[in-house]
Design a protein around this ligand. Structure first.
Ligand SMILES: Nc1ncnc2c1ncn2[C@@H]1O[C@H](COP(=O)(O)OP(=O)(O)O)[C@@H](O)[C@H]1O
Ligand SMILES: O=P(O)(O)OC[C@H](O)CO
Length: 497
């Protein structure tokens, strides 16, 4: 048997999964680590704790699977994106905590960049909007605020990396400082057309090029894990940011193919092939995981509160004891009874981009019960995702393509059949849940398998992808359109004073 090992370093936990060559899960291990909130709007991780937790799960999964390093054909890495680490090349120790993607501290730098009129330049070169979400301004913050950092950087003593680079550095005992295009495309420093760091953007953010990792395609020989870590050497054959990795693991390789990951938030990506497409509808453009040196792109939109609304039903409203109970409660009523719930707890993401919006429940009557609210909460995940898909379809049509014809789904909340059926009803297209919903890790394993010759081409991977269940739309289109209009009215009310 041939096996692939995927390291999936997420925002709340580190996981490792062993897959067989057909993409079936053989074993899985997971560890949570600390979330650090030093002040409002700041979110940090301890990069060393991330490394240790990741290594521990990799060792554990090999034990669980009864395998040795020598049984593993290749290793792939996928990671929470944008989270920024700066470390000493000499000691391998971070000079500051990892600044997490959710952290907002770099907003003043972003405001200054916007004032300098850099918005169109950033958009054209990177596909991104200027936002504290991305790594570049977090890196600048560390260089500006950690004593002696700029001097050390100028002497070439510091290394910057997203979590993938940090793990590769540790796994190879400091032999390799590298990242892949999908992670680089989230830094706001990377030209996604030429697949190179961009001198103008580096200058605008005052980033010394000496700190940057080498950038390679996502399927690439990134070096070998030093024997001491996993009991033998293993080739690192693939790297991709978690959302691009999930798009890859869902075998969405062609323009117009889309996936939505229903986790704490939702991340929807649509492949646009070799075409860099700018959104006219509030989405960002990003590099897709690339099997070769040819640039490939995707449009991306995110929902801030997805499955998290179910956590709020559990912890805030205390309407359920566990997230698994939400479907039963929601199904105890035939519909939401006119209740609309917009969970704008932290503002609204794409395509609305409204930071001031706050959570709103409208349409309550004397007959409304907690079951209606639970159903409306669940439906809000689908409404927000539908708004993203509509934006993507409009962009696809504007670029001369066809609207999205099928949505592939994954993530913790995609197990909810009621939610998936409602999603299909709203969209009017099939919603397809694959047999393996660990598509993020699978994407990284596939990339590693591709670069090491286990797989010949993408068609082979497409043949592995199998649907577990297809949710076909059954709701009349007029009713779905009426509901979407009702949703948009409720969204407008989230900022009504
Ligand atoms: N049966 C369910 N119905 C709806 N949401 C669910 C269900 N089970 C879990 N969830 C939600 O899914 C999310 C967890 O998904 P996961 O993919 O593990 O998230 P993340 O990767 O963001 O940590 C949680 O927000 C949880 O509330
Ligand atoms: O770790 P996740 O699944 O929350 O994903 C985080 C995203 O990559 C942030 O852009």
């Amino acid at each position: 048997m041939t096996y692939l090992l995927a390291l999936d370093q997420g925002t709340s936990s580190s996981r490792s999964i062993v897959f067989d060559a057909q993409g079936h899960i053989v074993a899985m291990a997971q560890r949570e680590f600390r979330q650090i909130f030093p002040q409002p709007g700041w979110v940090e991780h301890d990069a060393t704790e991330i490394w240790h937790s990741q290594l521990a799960t990799a060792r554990e999964v090999l034990t669980k699977a009864g395998l040795k390093a020598g049984d593993i054909h290749a290793l792939g890495i996928t990671n929470q994106r944008e989270t920024t680490v700066v470390w000493s090349r000499k000691t391998g120790l971070p000079i500051y905590s990892a600044i997490v993607w959710q952290d907002r501290r770099a907003e003043p730098t972003c405001a200054a960049l916007r004032e300098q009129g850099l918005t169109p330049v950033v958009q054209r070169k990177t596909g991104l909007v200027i936002d504290a979400y991305f790594s570049g301004t977090k890196l600048k913050w560390i260089l500006d605020n950690v004593a002696g950092a700029r001097e050390q950087a100028a002497r070439g003593e510091l290394a910057f990396g997203t979590i993938d680079s940090w793990l590769v550095w540790q796994l190879t005992n400091g032999q390799v400082h590298a990242t892949d295009v999908s992670n680089a495309s989230r830094t706001m420093l990377f030209n996604v057309h030429s697949n190179e760091w961009d001198a103008e953007l580096l200058q605008a953010l005052d980033i010394p090029p000496e700190v940057l990792p080498a950038v390679h395609p996502s399927a690439h020989d990134f070096g070998r894990v030093a024997a001491e870590h996993l009991g033998g050497e293993i080739e690192i054959g693939g790297i991709a940011g978690d959302q691009q990795s999930a798009l890859f693991g869902q075998a969405c390789f062609k323009a117009g193919m889309a996936k939505n990951t229903y986790g704490t938030g939702c991340f929807m990506l649509m492949h646009t092939g070799a075409q860099f497409q700018s959104s006219g509808n509030g989405l960002i453009t990003t590099s897709a995981a690339q099997a070769s040196r040819t640039p490939e792109f995707a449009l991306e939109g995110s929902v801030f509160i997805g499955g998290a609304v179910v956590q709020w039903l559990r912890d805030g409203l205390q309407a359920i004891k566990g997230s698994g109970e939400v479907q039963g409660l929601a199904e105890s009523v035939p519909d939401a009874g006119g209740v609309m719930f917009v969970p704008a707890f932290t503002g609204l993401g794409a395509p609305y981009w409204n930071a001031e919006a706050r959570g709103t429940i409208v349409g309550l009557t004397r007959g409304s019960t907690v079951a209606h609210i639970a159903r409306a909460a669940l439906e809000s995940i689908a409404f927000q995702s539908a708004a993203l898909l509509l934006a993507m379809s409009r962009d696809a049509v504007a670029a001369g393509g066809a609207p999205v014809s099928e949505l592939r789904v994954d993530g913790g909340a995609c197990v909810n059949n009621l939610l998936m059926q409602f999603q299909a009803d709203l969209l009017g297209i099939p919603v397809v849940r694959p047999k393996v919903i660990e598509t993020t890790a699978l994407g990284a394993a596939y990339l590693a398998g591709l670069s090491t010759g286990l797989y010949g081409n993408l068609d082979e991977l497409s043949r592995h992808w199998q649907a577990e269940r297809v949710f076909h739309p059954t709701m009349p289109r007029e009713r779905a359109q009426e509901l979407m209009a009702q949703w948009e009215r409720a969204v407008r009310q989230t900022t009504a004073t």
